[in-house]
Design a protein around this ligand. Structure first.
Ligand code: SF4
Length: 183
């Protein structure tokens, strides 16, 4: 394990969490989005990111005290009013630094709306797995993960849903987190 892995794991395990029953977001929910996963999707923009990638398009989402906290049940209620969505995607910020809140929404959406669930992360799959705990539980609740930091020198606007060549689109086995396929 290299220093980057150790730092990432520590960042996952020590990030400040929102109050129980709340999630910290950077902006309003979106719907009918077609650029953050397959089909029409709702998008949840989380607040707080320790990765600080050079060239990040959303640096205003880095501050863990920025954005606003909102009740998870309010988010679920708003999502339920979006018709015709295939799923929901968690974007950031960094969803995996508030994994308990994200998992709660992911589970509710799957059970009550029948949607699939995707997430972006600036961490790598292997780092999330090594961090364990709530982060790994959130990952196990996903159908797909787009992982890895944005690396400016590897920027490629032709990639599906990704900004740089190092990032992977991983299709996951629900409940186990096993990687089924990779794009
Ligand atoms: S992980 Fe995403 S939000 Fe965080 S710095 Fe990198 S590109 Fe920006």
């Amino acid at each position: 394990m290299n220093e980057w892995d150790k730092k990432a794991i520590k960042n996952i395990q020590t990030a400040p969490q929102p109050a129980d029953g709340f999630i910290r977001l950077s902006g309003p929910l979106e719907h009918d989005n077609i650029v953050n996963g397959d089909g029409l999707r709702a998008v949840i923009w989380t607040q707080g990111c320790p990765n600080h990638c050079k060239g990040c398009q959303n640096p205003e989402t880095w501050d863990f005290a920025g954005g606003f906290e909102i009740e998870i049940k309010e988010i679920c209620d708003r999502l339920s009013k979006f018709p015709g969505q295939a799923g929901v995607t968690f974007c950031g910020g960094e969803p995996f630094v508030q994994p308990k809140a994200c998992k709660e929404i992911a589970d509710w959406v799957r059970k009550n709306l029948g949607w699939n669930v995707w997430s972006f992360s600036g961490f790598k799959y292997e780092q999330i797995k090594a961090a364990g705990g709530d982060a790994w539980e959130f990952l196990k609740s996903l159908d797909a993960l787009i992982d890895g930091p944005f690396i400016l020198s590897q920027k490629d606007l032709g990639l599906k849903y990704r900004g740089s060549k190092n990032q992977r689109l991983l299709h996951l086995k629900l409940g186990t987190g096993e990687i089924l396929s990779q794009e």
